[in-house]
Ligand binder design. Structure first.
Ligand code: CS2
Length: 493
């Protein structure tokens, strides 16, 4: 039996199903980038409120050809999916989520996507398009006009390809029809994600249509938000688990941890769902929360994942079984991150870090090192490098974070773990990273010359000498445990 609306009356004997009925749902949120995270986080919050507030359903959008399989599964399953929340003690809570009621693949139906976004009912356009999806140079933070897709949409505004082309096309229709604008809500792990989205969209819109740009500037809002829920990649085992336990086939269920957090600036130009009734925190300024989360959790993941991959560990909880990794992670958080964080209202930092350790150690979610290391070229400039820059400025410690860059260089060059097994590297810049990293024998700093990742780090003497020494150490003995222990030794007393 397949998961779909018709079968829900049978499925509900085994598992919780939505209490709301989607006969004629109003989709007030258009979400671009429906992956595991959107489905465990935002769509889960909306699921919880839809029975009382039925006008806030979600229309999911996939922009790229790569979203075709999600589109097929979602449409085949009437957009229903199973969310499996795995507790560290082995208990799991599973439920069927129905808050996404429509899914459109933009490459097939660009006009329908524009019409949907331009429709009166749409009040929010939200985004999870990953750190790499915003089309900016991570170091200069300027919009990348060289991207061929951007060039195409500037020349042919009615043939959009990226969020910028779609959003401007939809906003132009709304303005022309005299409709109110929508709020653009970024849910990606970028500090000041709303401000960044505004800056990028304005750069694009000004080039495309300066009058429209002026309208956007005065009418559209871009709240910053901090999102959090660890959501591993769906595995064939999860699909079997759902089938074995509940007797139906869900082709793309989602697994996640119990922890969930969403903090948003309350700046919505066309209304919003009452998410505060469901645990979402609205604050005037999200800055301290997002900095804490990105610099500790997201960077902490990379601090475990990159050496973990070299060591031959496959999941984050396996890294946390290694006391050397645990101690290195904690020292990184205590010595290099905590001192540069601002006071975070209502949060005890020590407790937050303890909770992170417990979340990383959750052995039931099996979050893979390959997911964590994927697209490190987009993640590290946002998660880790800014911490090194701030500590260079403040004369703080840099050896933990720098070690991760040195290990990343080794990982990119050698591409195998300590046992000579290939490392599963998922990065759109994998080839380029490899080429730069292997030049090391003629130029020890070759890796750092990718300036849109490392910026001007290469010009800093203290950084360069720490990095060079660590690279030498790693190449003489790539056992991460050994290297991490010797770095931590002095601080462990
Ligand atoms: C992870 C995040 O992609 C990563 O490297 O750190 O996906 C992380 O699991 C989420 O941001 C948790 O909220």
């Amino acid at each position: 039996m397949n998961l779909n609306q018709n079968n829900l009356h049978i499925i509900k004997k085994q598992i919780d199903i939505p209490l709301y009925t989607p006969s004629h749902p109003t989709t007030a949120i258009v979400h671009i980038g429906v992956g595991g995270f959107h489905r465990s986080h935002q769509a889960y919050y909306i699921h919880r409120l839809l029975d009382r507030y039925p006008d806030w359903a979600i229309c999911g959008i996939g922009l790229r050809e790569a979203d075709r399989s999600m589109s097929e599964v979602m449409n085949q399953q009437d957009c229903l999916y199973t969310l499996v929340t795995q507790y560290p003690d082995g208990n799991a809570i599973s439920e069927v989520i129905g808050s996404i009621t429509e899914y459109l693949l933009a490459v097939d139906k660009p006009d329908r996507v524009i019409d949907k976004m331009a429709h009166f009912d749409t009040k929010i356009v939200s985004l999870t398009i990953t750190e790499g999806g915003y089309n900016f140079n991570p170091i200069t933070e300027q919009f990348d006009f060289d991207n061929p897709d951007i060039q195409h949409e500037l020349n042919y505004p009615d043939q959009p390809r990226t969020i910028y082309g779609y959003i401007t096309a939809a906003l132009r229709n709304r303005r022309n029809q005299g409709l109110p604008p929508f709020t653009i809500l970024s849910c990606d792990n970028i500090q000041h994600n709303g401000d960044m989205t505004r800056k990028m969209l304005m750069a694009f819109a000004k080039k495309q249509d300066s009058q429209l740009a002026a309208w956007i500037e005065t009418n559209v809002s871009f709240p910053n938000s901090m999102v959090d829920r660890i959501t591993p990649v769906t595995t064939p085992q999860l699909i079997s688990l759902v089938k074995d336990n509940y007797d139906y086939t869900d082709r793309w269920p989602v697994v996640c941890e119990p922890y969930i957090q969403w903090i948003i600036e309350d700046n919505f130009v066309n209304g919003r769902p009452p998410l505060e009734e469901y645990g979402v925190q609205f604050v005037p300024d999200v800055t301290p929360y997002e900095k804490m989360k990105i610099r500790l959790l997201n960077a902490g993941h990379s601090v475990l994942g990159i050496p973990g991959a070299i060591q031959g560990y496959h999941t984050i909880d396996t890294c946390m079984d290694d006391p050397v990794f645990v101690s290195f992670l904690r020292l990184f958080m205590d010595i290099e991150v905590s001192p540069i964080l601002d006071r975070v209202p209502g949060i005890n930092l020590e407790v937050y870090k303890d909770t992170l350790e417990a979340r990383f150690a959750n052995s039931t979610i099996k979050d893979t090192v390959s997911r964590i290391c994927s697209e490190s070229s987009a993640k590290l400039p946002k998660f880790l490098i800014p911490t090194i820059l701030e500590n260079l400025e403040n004369r703080g410690s840099i050896k933990y974070a720098t070690f991760i860059l040195a290990a990343w260089s080794y990982y990119s060059a050698v591409q195998t773990d300590l046992h000579n097994n290939p490392i599963d590297i998922i990065d759109s810049r994998k080839g380029e990273l490899h080429q730069s990293a292997i030049m090391l024998h003629s130029d020890p700093l070759s890796f750092l010359r990718i300036t849109d990742i490392f910026g001007s780090l290469i010009d800093n003497q203290r950084f360069v000498s720490t990095y060079t020494k660590q690279i030498e150490d790693i190449y003489s003995n790539p056992n991460m445990q050994y290297q991490m222990e010797s770095i931590s030794q002095a601080d462990n007393g």
